[in-house]
Design a protein around this ligand. Structure first.
Ligand code: UD1
Ligand code: UDP
Length: 438
């Protein structure tokens, strides 16, 4: 089997690393295509080194540009690469411009797409990432979702439950596989000025491209009674400089700014921190995986499981709220312990193995192929019923051919639709087709 992987930014390299390992270990062919959206050594090359990954076969070298230019050029370049390589499936991960472009290009070429970390929704269409992930999901064939809650998002959008797989998040694989290596190899603690510290990261467009929000965040952190280590994203550094805020942070005695760190150094730093302040997606997941309380500097999150589990708090971007939340956690051992002991909703570190096996199974069963239908499928509509029978989803669908269960409600709450879910006593929404024989 030949698997194409399209990636473009630091978190994609990290979250794809264990999947690439899995493909290599099983001697399948893996073609890595880097869009070049992240290009600084410390935003890209360092991660291939830290994670022992083969270098990409292709680098489109897109660099920094408007989203429209990035997406359109990537799609056009991918057309020739994917035609040449004839991969059996394209994998994309997450919600960046690489993901949208990769999924759309593959879909147009009728190559099946596996979306890793599918189904996340912040329900905030102002975020570029929200549009990217919705479009990528619309182009995908296999959906690898981290949790059942995420699966429900896709079911609500009419995605067939048979193509949704709850696999956990491959960030857990990356953390588990690399923490010990990081502890042995990283010498970042020699560079850190503080004994106890909070780790801060900031880069979301809605924060760093908004001068008012950026200033509020900076003001909430300077002169705080706690020390902060801040590995700075180049996007953020640029915005802070443009808004005259960089020196303010640099001169604050409680803040140490570093360049963006490699994965091993950053993982080690996180593991030694008292708390994480972030607007990153992946770092909210790493926080709960490493048992570190997290305060998220946003108004919404596509990772609501971390909040429900009790490991993460949404603090927004106002000075008062940010400070109050930090103090509440660091001044109260009870709250701190509860947050640190929140149960990780993102699985046990076997995500990449599961994803690889699901791809192989679909490849072997010939269910990856996108082909023209030879069967007349007349869509009749939806219906809703309360099920009294002792029957599972699989049994219901076998008994009622061409009736697909789209949603299940148990005591009015939506439930994840898996083939083995029992339907007794639940209300279901069914999509019905008529075939020629009927
Ligand atoms: C991108 C993703 C975001 C993801 C983040 C991970 C999109 C729309 N955004 O945001 O979802 O969370 O990556 O870090 O895909 N820059 C450099 N060197 C680099 C890369 C970027 O200096 O290697 C600077 C440039 O000034 C550039 C700016 O950062 O204009 C923004 O880069 P861009 O890739 O557009 O977005 P990110 O903020 O990195
Ligand atoms: N990360 C890193 N070095 C840093 C900051 C972050 O290695 O200086 C890693 C972090 O461990 C996480 C990923 O980058 O796995 C998150 O990327 P980012 O916050 O840039 O993007 P997001 O997850 O928000 O898309």
């Amino acid at each position: 089997m030949k698997i194409g992987i399209v990636l473009g930014t630091r978190p994609e390299i990290i979250k794809m690393s264990s999947i690439i390992d899995e493909i290599d270990k099983n001697n399948d062919e893996c073609i890595i295509i880097h869009t070049g959206q992240h290009y600084d050594k410390e935003m890209s090359e360092q991660f291939f080194k830290d994670l022992n990954l083969p270098l990409p076969k292709y680098n489109i070298g897109i660099g920094s540009n408007t989203a429209i230019k990035q997406i359109s050029i990537i799609i056009s370049e991918l057309e020739s690469i994917l035609k040449e390589e004839k991969v059996d499936i394209v994998l994309v991960q997450g919600d960046t411009n690489a993901v949208l472009a990769g999924a759309l290009a593959a879909n147009k070429l009728k190559i099946p797409v596996g979306h890793v970390e599918a189904g996340l929704r912040s329900f905030d269409k102002d975020m570029p990432e929200e549009t990217n992930r919705i479009i990528a999901d619309n182009c995908s064939t296999l959906f690898f979702v981290p949790t059942e809650l995420t699966a429900i998002n896709l079911q609500n959008e009419g995605i067939d439950h048979n193509s949704i797989y709850v696999t956990g998040n491959s960030i857990v694989d990356a953390c588990y596989r690399n923490l010990d290596i990081a502890i042995q190899k990283s010498d970042i603690s020699d560079m850190i000025e503080f004994e106890k510290f909070i780790v801060l990261t900031l880069h979301r467009a809605e924060n760093v491209d908004n001068p008012e929000r950026l200033e509020n965040i900076v003001n909430s952190l300077i002169n705080l009674d706690y020390n902060i280590v801040f590995p700075i994203h180049p996007h953020t550094r640029k915005s802070l400089e443009e808004n005259g805020l960089y020196d303010k942070m640099l001169n604050a005695e409680n803040i140490q700014i570093t360049k963006p760190l490699g994965y091993l150094d950053f993982l080690f730093l996180l593991s030694r921190s008292s708390m994480i302040l972030t607007d990153s997606g992946g770092i909210q997941e790493e926080a709960i995986t490493l048992n570190i309380p997290c305060v998220t500097l946003r108004y919404n999150t596509e990772r609501p499981e971390t909040i429900a589990a009790g490991g993460n708090i949404l603090a927004g971007t106002q000075e008062k709220e940010i400070r109050e939340n930090i103090e509440k956690i660091l001044n109260n051992q009870d709250i701190y312990d509860k947050m640190a002991n929140a149960v990780n909703p993102y699985g046990d570190g076997t995500t990449s193995k599961q994803i690889y096996e699901i791809i192989c199974e679909n490849y072997e069963n010939n269910t990856l192929n996108i082909s023209y239908s030879e069967e007349i499928l007349d869509f009749e509509g939806y219906y809703m019923i309360k099920v009294d029978e002792n029957i599972t989803v699989r049994e219901f669908e076998e008994k009622n051919r061409n009736h697909i269960i789209e949603q299940i409600f148990n005591n009015n709450l939506p439930e994840y639709v898996s083939n083995e879910t029992s339907l007794k006593g639940k209300t279901v929404i069914v999509k019905k087709f008529n075939t020629k024989e009927e």
